[in-house]
Each structure stands twice: as C-alpha cells, then as structure tokens.
Design a binder for this molecule. Structure first.
Ligand SMILES: Cc1cc2nc3c(=O)[nH]c(=O)nc-3n(C[C@H](O)[C@H](O)[C@H](O)COP(=O)(O)OP(=O)(O)OC[C@H]3O[C@@H](n4cnc5c(N)ncnc54)[C@H](O)[C@@H]3O)c2cc1C
Length: 498
C-alpha cells in the first residue's frame, strides 16, 4: 500500500508528488496518457505563463534553473506593438507604468516575476525531480473507480486496484476523482466559447499581433505563424463534443476579427469556455483535490496553473506530516481553509475580465472606464499585483503584515538566500538576533535553524517560514522564545515528533 496515490501527472500532480517524495513518503502517480509529451503540452500550444508565486516555489526547490534554461521571452506574447507586462480583459498593461521597486516588507528578488514556458517543460522538470525522490509514475492508467473507508482508499484503472492511505485527484478540469468521490462543483455557466488552433492562415498579416479586443470578442495572434486564440461571445453555445472543422474555425475567426482571412490546413484545434466552477470542499474523507480538479476557469489572466501549483505546495507538507503522524490537530484541514478562498478569488478574477470584455453596450461602457484606469500607474500596479499573486495572504492572524504572506527572499551576510535554505522541504527559522536567541530550539526535525545577520532584515528579529514558504511568525529585535514555540507547535505539532 502506498502512502499517497496521485491521479494525474500534470504539473500539479507532479509538483505534489515531488513534495511528498521529498518528505520521504511513498507515492504512486497514475496518468491516463500512455506517455508524456503530447503536442498540446509542448510549445507553441502548451505555452503557459508562470507568475512570481510559482517561480518562488520552483526556486525554493531547486527547479527554477532548469526551467529558465528553456523559457521564452515574456514580451513576445504581447506582440511587437508595445512593451507590455500582461493584460486585463485583453487590455494591455504598459511596462512603463510598473513600479519595480520592492513592496512594503518586500526585498529585491533575484528571480524573475514572470516566466513564459510550456506545460511539457514544466512537467519534465517536475517529473525528473519526483522520480529522483523515489516517486513511481505509471502511464496508461486511467482511474475509473474509487472506494474509501476510514483507513484506506482504493482506486482502479479497470485492470488493477491500487490501495493508499490517501488519494489526491490532480486529474484536471474533467476530474474523474472529483465525480467518483462525490465532490460538489459549483459555479457559473459560460458566456463564450474559446478556440486555440495551429493552422495555415492566408493573409495572416491582416491580423494584428498579440491581443486584439473586437466588438465580437477577442483574438490573439501569437508569435508562431498560424497559432491563433479566439473568444467568441456565443453564450457558450457551441457543442464542444462535435469535431472542430476548418469551416467553423474560419467562420469564427472572420466574425470575431472582422477580417476576411482564410484558414487552411488545421493541424491542431481545441475549444474551451469561461465556465467557472469550484469544488465545494477540497477534501472528502481520504480523498483530496488540487489544481484544475478543484477549480476551473477561463484561461484569461493565466490563473489556472499558477493557482494549481499553489495548491500543491500548500498541500504537500501538510499531507506528508499527516501520513507521518506528526501533524498537529487540524493541520490537513487548513489546506481547504487556505486554498479554497484563493481559488475563489482566481475564479472571480477571470469572471471580472469576461464581464469587461462582453460585446454588449453595458460591458463596453465598463471597458472604456477600465481602459482609462489601466492606463494609470495605480491601475497597472493594482492589476499586476493581483495577477501575480503578490497580494495573496492567508488569514493566519493579524500580528504582523508579513504573517500569512510568501516570505521575501532574505539574504544572509554569509551569502545564503532563504531559497537555498528551503531545498530540503523543512520549515526555516531565520534568527537575526545578535545572540541567536532561538538557537537549539528543539524543532530541528521540522525547522532548519539559520542565524543572521541579514543583508536587510526589514527591521525584524526573526522569521519562521513554513515549508511552503509562507511566513508563520515574526519576532521582534529580541525574539520572544515563547511566541516562536507557540507558532512552531501550531504548524509542526509536538517538538521532535518525527
Ligand atoms: C489555452 C490555455 C492557456 C492557458 N494559459 C495559462 C497560463 O498562461 N497560466 C496559467 O496559470 N494557466 C493557464 N492555463 C490553465 C492551465 O493550463 C491549467 O490550469 C493547468 O494545466 C492545470 O494543471 P493540472 O495539473 O491541475 O491539470 P492538467 O494539466 O489538466 O493535468 C491533468 C492530468 O491528469 C490526467 N488525467 C485526467 N483524467 C485522468 C484519469 N481519470 N486517470 C489518470 N489520469 C488522468 C491528464 O491526462 C493530465 O495529464 C491555460 C489553459 C488553456 C486552455
């Protein structure tokens, strides 16, 4: 029996698998596809943007460098018209308006804020690490049944049964695990049908590069010739079970763009919608959900993958401690408590964009107002901070503005960075106090101790960082030992329980 069976070897399942492997748990990943590397996951079709929070997670586990070795140019997607830092509802955000200095209680970071990559590259980096950590990935195994009691959960792919103490459904937007385990999945119905295609397009030069909002919706002319995205505000009426024909794709492109282009030789095409739904709980008994299995939304604003990676890193250490038996009471439930609100915000973020883009006169009037606001510094910075997750804060109490946020990348004078200290998946206590007040704290199994001084300690005496990089506690110049112990107990249970 495995400690954990993960269903789905997408980015979320693979990151979670690596986190559990790092904590020494036995993990089996079951993946429906016979092998990795589908053209839908590699560039250009599988191109995805990663934001600050995801980039930090990869950096803190030593996976950023291999990823960056293959990443593309973020400005390329916006097209050559202007230097842009993303978009809101298809309205481009001008990089010239962006405040690039550190935010309050922030530090300059050595990592980029945005990385353009593709699912295939992310999955390669994540799976190589997971396998090195002892994770088994079985391809060609499509889970079609689940049963659970209070001690075990068993999944089946129709040929074989796999028993585990826990199962996590990371099997994407049409999650079988979600359905089979009886999760509720509530939300809103689509207003548009979206399309992605790779085709030959006669007179493609008539289409503007990058994102173009039109009275009918939006089209995106991506840097690879013939790679087009479209959003058609048809009320989600297109029957997505039918085959996507050249005629249909051409008709939609002509209608949405208002340009008489001709589509030939469709090599790849698929459709999506802005249906936005979220699981009503992320845990039922011994079954949990993460990533698209827990929340679906339109791709507008690049939230799905980033939110899913956030789920995985939040869940990994909590589930590992629960399996090990060292978790404090209720630790696993904080996964749902922390991540479901973040998922709900991501859904709303994409809904707000859809509502702004709609072709009706009311939405068009709102769009004009939003366009004016986004042309300002405040507007641009508001959107970029929301989009990149910089404003995300878990409600862990109000004792300090940093608590509940991702820790800034503190740099010690010996040259080490917080990210270096987090590679083994333990929490970290950074003790900047002159006499190392928190030394020999007794939490070594779960928390790595590192003494300052720091290049910039932001005026703090100590910081306790959870394994997922979230600040759990902040100490004054002379850190309060009892406060630290309370915080450590809250997240790691009894000292030395491992
Ligand atoms: C056009 C487009 C552009 C996007 N751009 C961005 C972006 O820029 N930034 C961003 O953050 N997000 C983006 N997204 C969303 C992002 O791709 C998804 O949120 C992300 O892939 C979800 O990862 P996941 O691991 O949860 O699920 P998936 O990537 O869907 O992986 C699920 C895996 O589970 C497997 N599986 C499914 N069913 C079973 C089963 N029964 N048994 C075993 N295995 C199964 C699948 O084969 C798959 O490998 C975009 C989406 C689209 C459509």
């Amino acid at each position: 029996m495995h400690d954990v069976v993960i269903v789905g070897a997408g980015p979320v399942g693979l990151l979670l698998a690596g986190e559990l492997g790092l904590a020494g748990r036995s993990v089996l990943v079951l993946e429906r596809e016979p092998a990795p590397g589908s053209p839908w996951r590699t560039a250009p079709l599988g191109v995805r943007g990663l934001f600050t929070r995801s980039i930090e997670v990869l950096d803190r586990r030593g996976m950023l460098e291999p990823l960056l070795a293959t990443a593309g140019d973020p400005a390329a997607l916006a097209g050559p018209r202007r230097r842009a830092v993303g978009h809101f509802a298809g309205i481009m955000l001008d990089a010239a308006n962006l405040d690039t200095g550190p935010q309050p209680f922030g530090l300059p970071s050595s990592t980029p804020e945005f990385v353009m990559t593709d699912l295939g590259t992310v999955e390669t980096v994540l799976s190589e690490r997971a396998v090195k950590l002892g994770v088994e990935i079985r391809y060609g195994a499509e889970v079609s049944a689940i049963t659970q009691d209070d001690r075990t959960v068993v999944v089946s792919d129709g040929e074989q049964e796999y028993a585990a103490r826990w199962v996590v459904g990371c099997d994407g937007g049409r999650s079988a695990v979600r359905t089979l385990a009886g999760f509720g999945f509530d939300g809103t119905e689509p207003t548009f049908t979206g399309y992605v295609m790779l085709a030959t397009i006669t007179n493609e030069e008539r289409l503007d590069p990058g994102f173009t909002l039109t009275p009918e919706g939006m089209y995106i002319n991506m840097p690879t010739p013939g790679h087009i995205g479209m959003m058609d505000f048809d009320g989600g009426a297109f029957d997505r079970s039918q085959e996507l024909t050249r005629d249909h794709l051409q008709a939609v492109l002509r209608r949405v763009s208002g340009i008489d282009v001709t589509v030939t030789d469709v090599r790849f095409a698929s459709s999506f919608t802005d249906r936005a739904r979220q699981a009503t709980t992320y845990r039922r008994g011994r079954v949990l959900l993460a990533g698209d299995a827990a929340h679906i939304m339109s791709p507008l604003g690049g939230q799905g993958l980033n939110t899913g990676l956030g789920d995985a890193v939040n869940l990994g250490w909590k589930l590992a401690a629960t399996v090990r038996g060292s978790a404090p009471e209720g630790l696993l439930d904080t996964y749902d408590g922390e991540r479901r609100p973040v998922g709900a915000q991501a859904l709303d973020w994409t809904r707000a964009q859809v509502a702004t883009m709609r072709p009706d006169p009311h939405a068009q009037a709102i769009q004009a107002v939003v366009r004016d606001l986004l042309a300002t510094r405040d507007g641009t910075n508001y959107v970029v901070r929301k989009m990149t997750g910089a404003t995300t804060r878990y409600d862990l109490g109000d004792e300090h503005p940093l608590v509940g946020r991702s820790a800034p990348d503190f740099r010690l004078e010996d040259g080490s960075r917080l990210a270096d200290l987090m590679q083994d998946g333990r929490g970290v206590v950074l003790d900047f106090s002159a006499d190392g007040c928190l030394r020999d704290s007794g939490w070594d199994a779960d928390v790595r101790y590192a003494a300052g001084p720091a290049v910039d300690d932001l005026g703090l005496g100590a910081v306790l960082v959870r394994p997922d990089g979230i600040v759990a506690w902040v100490g004054d110049r002379v850190p309060d030992r009892e406060g630290f112990d309370r915080a450590a107990r809250r997240w790691f249970g009894a000292s030395g329980a491992r």
